[in-house]
Ligand binder design. Structure first.
Ligand code: NAP
Length: 248
């Protein structure tokens, strides 16, 4: 079935990285409700299987794809496989990420390298693999394709010294996204960045969110759903989303 407007994701295929928990899982659920077939990318296969099962039970279609986003060859094979099985990739949500914050003088270099490899390298690997498919989809009946990257409020400014490398990776994906936007927009690929503040997920486990209602993964998923369901001529290039009482 082909979609009739860009608001309706029926007939489209979306890839969500980091779909095994948190924002990625919530985004996969939201895009499935909007009608997309969703490829669920992450390493924890059991979680992906469970989510795919739940989405299918609810009437959706999901494809669990166990892959480490730092492995460029595996990511390419995985995304080519998704396009082959489902006919296209209309939407890529680059969401997989890790956070290891702390004083630089006490840091383990491996933690810094991991953040660069996942938060930046993973985005590059998935984007490079998806681009031919997104460009092909953009020239199809929907008339547009979507590339959304989950950055962070820490991609706009460095909130505290301990954010050092995490903020650096998020600033980097912001610059990459803007370059892509300028190049790919004229070819029908909308490029957008979501910049959440603190969200209740495994990544922020143990954090004190204070007394007011914290931002949930579903809130960020809602923002992503908004971005990819605009009319084809309208690009939402950047969304900063924070709990109403988050100050920094
Ligand atoms: N929570 C926040 O406050 C917050 C704020 C701003 C931005 N963000 C960003 O939001 C994104 C999602 O984070 P989250 O808060 O939802 O955390 P989360 O629940 O820990 O989810 C992280 C996801 O990334 C996946 N992942 C990590 N390393 C991977 C790898 N090498 N290959 C494939 N998948 C990998 C994990 O899956 P597996 O472990 O199964 O591979 C998991 O699905 C991240 O980019 C994060 O930087 C979060």
């Amino acid at each position: 079935m082909q979609p009739t407007t860009a608001r309706d994701l029926s007939g489209t295929v979306a890839v969500v990285t980091g779909a095994s928990s948190g924002i990625g899982e919530a985004t996969a659920r939201a895009l499935s409700v909007l009608g997309a077939t969703v490829a669920l990318v992450a390493r924890r296969a059991d979680r992906l299987q469970q989510l795919a099962h739940e989405l299918a039970e609810a009437g959706g279609q999901a494809d669990p794809v166990e892959v480490d986003v730092t492995d460029a060859d595996a990511v390419r094979a995985a995304l080519d496989g998704v396009a082959e099985r489902h006919g296209a990739i209309d939407v890529l949500v680059n969401n997989a990420g890790v956070a290891r914050s702390g004083p630089a003088a006490e840091a383990d270099l491996a933690d810094w390298q991991l953040m660069v490899e996942v938060n930046l390298g993973g985005v590059l690997n998935a984007t490079h693999a998806a681009l031919p498919h997104l460009l092909a989809a953009a020239s199809g009946t929907r008339g547009v394709a979507d590339l959304v990257t989950v950055s962070s409020a820490s991609g706009r400014r460095v909130p505290k010294p301990e954010s050092n490398v995490y903020a650096a990776t998020k600033h980097a994906v912001g610059a990459f996204s803007e370059g892509l936007r300028q190049e790919l927009g004229p070819q029908g690929v909308r490029v957008g960045l979501v910049e959440p503040g603190f969200v209740v997920t495994e990544l922020t486990a143990g954090r004190d969110f204070g007394e007011r209602e914290a931002l949930q993964a579903e809130d960020v998923a809602d923002a992503i759903g908004y971005m990819v369901t605009r009319p084809a001529h309208m690009g939402v290039n950047e969304l900063l989303v924070r709990a109403v009482d988050q100050v920094s």
